[in-house]
Ligand binder design. Structure first.
Ligand SMILES: [Zn+2]
Length: 275
């Protein structure tokens, strides 16, 4: 039933206030975590403002503040699947302090993009990982989580939103095409996301990640495929796991941990693109 407050404002104000508070709670279930985000950002901003600078040089040398600087930029994008059952479940995980995991973006099945963390801040999405000589991927990357239980295909709406987001990130931070990678790429043996349904080839066509062309490839007899994996960026300490991660990204129809003749051709061609 509709009712009017005109004529008796004083009498109905408490009810109006209660309704407003209730609506605010219903419309934003993340009010509490948003507040925690702002508080945490404030603490970090205070650290940046501190002068003399409280960092690794102790006792400090001469403190001379330069006038020429800005924030460091991300240089990699790491793509994940959430391995959870819904977008809401992932948002809840990333807003629960005890979980200690986060990502900059979460893309739901309907293509909705949730921006959870300023691009300049360090998300906790990569964990222990290595790509090339980079051993702290969280410090130089943007983490994108795509809602997927680990076995599903990715929806068209998700891929469309992802491509739009990647284009924006690539342009804004001048991220090289080769630096769009998956969690499994940086953590062989530990992670298997995004799963083998992920459209890496489609992404590469649009300039996000590299792809191969095996037509007219002559592989020399002395070609070393493990060395090629290392040049591409894989950590080959556990060779079987490195091969598995490579196949998850570039072969997808083959889940073995053996290098085939076709794989040798692909690796030979890819290696040249990463050099
Ligand atoms: Zn992941």
């Amino acid at each position: 039933m509709l009712f009017s407050f005109s004529g008796y404002p004083g009498k109905y104000w408490p009810h109006l206030l209660l309704i407003c508070i209730t609506c605010a709670c219903v419309s934003n279930p993340y009010r509490k975590s948003n507040k925690m985000y702002r508080r945490q950002a404030k603490i970090l901003a205070k650290q940046l403002r501190s002068f003399p600078m409280p960092d690794s040089m102790q006792p400090p040398a001469y403190n001379v503040g330069s006038t020429n600087f800005n924030l460091r930029k991300p240089n990699f994008v790491v793509i994940h699947h959430t391995a959870q059952n819904s977008c809401e479940q992932t948002l809840k995980t990333f807003t629960t302090p005890q979980k200690q995991v986060s990502a900059h973006y979460v893309i739901c099945k309907d293509g909705t993009i949730h921006h959870m963390l300023n691009d300049y801040l360090r998300a906790w999405h990569g964990g222990a990982g290595k790509w090339g000589n980079s051993t702290d991927i969280n410090s130089n990357s943007i983490g994108i989580e795509i809602d997927n239980n680990g076995f599903e295909t990715f929806t068209d709406a998700q891929v469309t939103s992802l491509l739009r987001l990647l284009a924006s990130l690539k342009k804004q931070y001048s991220i090289p095409a080769a630096n769009f990678i998956g969690h499994a790429d940086i953590a062989p043996g530990r992670k298997v996301d995004p799963n083998r349904n992920f459209p890496w080839q489609q992404l590469a066509t649009d300039g996000f990640g590299l792809w191969y062309d095996t037509t007219n490839v002559q592989v020399p007899d002395n070609f070393n495929p493990m060395q090629a994996l290392r040049i591409i960026g894989y950590n080959i300490q556990d060779s079987a796991s490195a091969i598995y991660s490579f196949k998850l990204h570039f072969i997808q129809t083959d889940s073995s941990k053996m290098i085939t003749d076709t794989d040798r051709k692909i690796l030979f061609d890819l290696m040249k693109r990463y050099q």
